[in-house]
Design a binder for this molecule. Structure first.
Ligand SMILES: Cc1cc2nc3c(=O)[nH]c(=O)nc-3n(C[C@H](O)[C@H](O)[C@H](O)COP(=O)(O)OP(=O)(O)OC[C@H]3O[C@@H](n4cnc5c(N)ncnc54)[C@H](O)[C@@H]3O)c2cc1C
Length: 373
């Protein structure tokens, strides 16, 4: 098969890449195994800037999303429980984020042209690249987009280097039903176990994310559903009883970044190019920025009748992504470290930090604005 562009991966990033590339009039195909996103327990909290970016691509998430106007961060420590409320209205925003299940997000971005198979190798030609699948199909294109997740076989085949640092933490995630309606309030609580957050979905449901050292998460998982539910209700008392509506899934937490995310007609995007802890809702929001940058760079090449996978285009994309990502990754990495440090010093630092935010609104609002942008 010969196309303009081949996208490897059918997650939210691959689907968004398909929307961007086919929107530019490029003959595009997605290659990935049949998707199972309906079973993914994660939700995606989209920041206002991402919602706007998706709007521009004709993707309106609002009908499927739950607005999150307010968030409370609570920290247990030497001063008892300290809490700070962050409300979108404080910085003139309508909401802090719009939250929707990953399955719904993927469903909003259909991709008609697809090959259901796994890519196992790449072959580089003079002016093209060929993705070779397990079943023996060959798809030749001028540009390959690696949207095949954190392990990204396509990124590896193109020898795009990913710097990755496991953090010794895991995130246990499960969809839950709440006894008490959340009324749009998201509570992130830091205690002597780690962090626990319920991100509202609908009116009485949510996505539970508990981050702690991996051995502790494994122990909790092995203890079974009733133990997980009891622990969640004890650590997040505001919602009353918390019932898991599907089995929890554990995600290892790491920080990762490909400083040069494109090489030899292959560009890595989404988790194939960067991975952050699920704190501060940055993960897929960074993928949206990848694809908006790629759209701009490719639009220029398409207008000029240039080579969409050529070195000049890839170099322009690399420059676009080089400056934003290190700062965001460092900030989220630091936040994850502070949020899950259960030592006395760590708990004290969190409480003092929250105290400063509470007493110095310009610092608080500056941080909020940069987190939402
Ligand atoms: C607990 C948790 C909560 C999160 N919450 C948020 C949030 O609130 N907001 C936010 O912005 N982000 C959040 N994230 C991050 C977000 O979920 C990820 O950034 C996003 O799911 C990554 O999507 P992706 O498409 O890049 O990768 P994936 O979803 O991993 O998709 C990879 C795709 O590649 C395919 N694939 C793999 N190998 C091959 C191959 N060899 N050939 C072909 N296809 C292949 C897979 O089948 C899959 O379709 C969270 C993450 C976690 C763990």
């Amino acid at each position: 098969m010969q196309v303009d562009a081949v996208i490897v991966g059918d997650g939210p990033t691959g689907r968004l890449a398909y929307r961007v590339l086919s929107g530019l009039g490029l003959d595009t195909v997605i290659v990935a195994p049949a998707n199972t996103h309906g079973a993914d327990p994660r939700t995606t909290a989209l920041l206002p800037s991402s919602v706007e970016g998706l709007d521009g691509l004709g993707i309106d998430v609002r009908p499927k999303a739950t607005p999150l106007p307010t968030m409370i961060i609570e920290s247990l420590g030497p001063f008892g429980t300290t809490a700070e409320r962050f409300s979108a209205a404080e910085v003139g925003a309508e909401y802090l984020a719009l939250n929707l299940p990953i399955g719904d997000l993927v469903g909003l971005m259909p991709a008609e042209n697809r090959v259901e198979d796994k890519v196992v190798a790449l072959r580089h030609g003079a002016g093209d690249v060929t993705a070779i699948t397990e079943g023996g199909a060959e798809i030749t294109a001028r540009l390959a987009v690696a949207a095949d997740g954190v392990k990204s076989p396509t990124r590896e085949a193109a020898r795009i280097r990913l710097w990755r640092q496991p953090l010794g933490l895991s995130a246990l995630c499960a969809p839950v039903e709440l006894d008490t309606p959340h009324e749009g309030l998201c509570i992130e609580r830091y205690d002597d176990t780690g962090s626990i957050t319920v991100i509202p979905v609908g009116s009485r449901a949510g996505s539970l994310i508990s981050i702690a050292p991996s051995a502790d998460v494994d122990r909790l998982l092995a203890a079974g559903l009733p133990a997980i539910e009891a622990s969640a209700a004890r650590r997040q008392p505001a919602y009353g009883a918390i019932r898991l509506t599907a089995s929890p899934v554990v995600f290892p937490v790491s920080l990762g970044w490909a400083p040069t995310p494109a090489r030899r007609r292959v560009v890595a995007v989404g988790e194939a190019a960067h991975t952050v802890p699920p704190i501060g809702a940055q993960g897929w929001n960074l993928a949206v920025r990848d694809l908006l940058a790629l759209q701009e760079v490719l639009a220029g090449a398409v207008r000029a009748g240039g080579d969409i996978g050529g070195n000049a285009v890839l170099a322009r994309y690399i420059r676009r992504r080089r400056f934003e990502l290190p700062g965001r990754l460092a900030a989220v990495g630091m936040l994850a470290g502070v949020a899950t440090d259960t030592s006395l010093r760590g708990r004290l630092a969190r409480q003092v930090g929250l105290g400063v935010l509470s007493r110095v609104p310009p610092i608080k609002h500056g941080l909020m604005r940069s987190g939402l942008a």
